[in-house]
Design a protein. Structure first.
Length: 403
């Protein structure tokens, strides 16, 4: 399949998480000797703990779990200092996007000099010059895609979120495991799944798009769209003790992985640039913040003929539209995306964001909240957007979100 040929990461799919799976990956990476560093979510998972207990009998392992959402440079630097004492030959990252990104940074900083802050932003004083130590990533949510990308997202000392991009950050292997998403709750399915949906969209309306990235992104969007509602219901039923299995959540995980392969080639664009500010300033979860801006950015980029043709193909494939009228099909797909967001319980305006300080966004209120989004113009991701986004357009997007 083109998506696996297009990825430089060895991808292992498995129904259950086991010591045998890890040992097979270690054998593939020729990493059977030496200490192993495990970086994982602080939340305890009995499946993961059981496997790590078995691994500790065979290998010298150290577990670090200093992970917070939107990982902070200071926490990662502390983990690096701890890791240097272990001198690991391999890192295994197990968890959501913040955990996987943290593992990438630790692997890189064990070989490259300096602090993580020094690699971030337009004024970065360091560049990633060497491959980090071998890295295996195991996602436990249905949306990060980080397990196959050259990107990591980190919060600097001044509170800004930055994307660090380097081919030398890309992991060596990824394990996609159905069992590890079987306990993922409905809300996390919604926000991580919608994050994955935006990864596919942002690869499609990206200046760096190619025939290969388009093919993978279209497949990813279709798979995610077809599975996310079912995965959300499956998770909700699990929470009510009507455990129906995890087939749909695993399908969503695989779709998110495809989207990761696509945007690994293109980067993300305007949705993610806007979402970073929402997460920085008002602590809105990343996937929720991406979902929040999807409709506004969709309406802008779908006016591009090149993008509209891609969206038309998707609408036809999903049977959202028939016939040959591209404009109607693109509009119907946009409506379907908004309906999906609503069905998953994700808000579309500032009044619906519990964590947002809504009064600050009133057009007749304080202007500094609008001005906070001006920072998007300094985000390199904004330059990837196929339609140029200027200050006036940013302000119009924000005003659209105020009731």
């Amino acid at each position: 399949m083109i998506e696996f040929l297009a990825s430089q990461v060895q991808i292992v799919e498995t129904k259950t998480f086991s010591l045998d799976v890890i040992n097979r990956v270690l054998l593939y990476l020729d990493a059977n000797d030496g200490p192993i560093l495990i970086i994982k979510d602080p939340r305890s998972d009995p499946v993961i703990e059981t496997v790590l207990d078995k691994l500790s009998i065979e290998k010298e392992i150290t577990v670090l779990d200093r992970i917070v959402p939107n990982p902070e440079c200071r926490d990662i630097d502390i983990m690096v200092e701890s890791a240097k004492k272990l001198k690991p030959n391999l890192i295994i990252g197990i968890g959501g996007g913040s955990t996987l990104d943290s593992a990438k940074a630790v692997a890189m900083l064990l070989i490259n000099q300096g602090k993580l802050d020094e690699y971030l932003g337009r004024d970065a004083i360091r560049k990633v010059l060497k491959n980090g130590i071998p890295l295996v990533l195991v996602p436990t949510t249905t949306g990060t895609g980080s397990e196959v990308t050259r990107f990591g997202v980190y919060t600097s000392g001044c509170g800004r979120k930055h994307t660090l991009a380097s081919d030398l950050l890309r992991p060596n292997a990824a394990i996609l495991c159905e069992e590890l998403v079987s306990s993922l709750p409905a809300f996390l399915v919604a926000i991580t799944g919608f994050d994955a949906l935006t990864h596919a969209l942002e690869a499609l309306w990206n200046k760096n798009a190619s025939a290969v990235s388009d093919s993978i992104a279209e497949q990813a969007f279709i798979r995610i769209y077809n599975s996310i509602r079912k995965a959300w219901k499956e998770a909700a039923d699990s929470e009510k003790e009507r455990y129906p299995g995890a087939n749909e959540r695993y399908s969503l995980l695989c779709g998110a992985n495809l989207a990761g392969i696509a945007f690994d080639k293109t980067g993300t664009a305007a949705i993610h640039a806007l979402s970073f500010v929402l997460s920085e300033m008002w602590h809105v979860p990343h996937g929720y913040a991406c979902a929040f801006f999807t409709d506004a950015v969709y309406d802008i980029n779908s006016k591009n003929e090149y993008v509209a043709n891609k969206l038309f193909r998707i609408a036809r494939e999903l049977s959202i539209a028939d016939g040959s009228n591209i404009n109607n099909a693109v509009k119907k797909l946009g409506v379907a995306i908004k309906r999906l967001r609503s069905d998953l319980g994700l808000g579309s305006d500032f009044d619906s964001l519990e964590n947002a300080m809504v009064s600050q966004f009133h057009p007749n209120g304080r202007g500094d909240s609008f001005a906070a989004f001006d920072a998007c113009l300094d985000d390199p991701k904004m330059n990837n957007n196929i339609i140029p986004i200027d200050l006036e357009l940013i302000r119009s997007i924000i005003k659209r979100k105020v009731i």
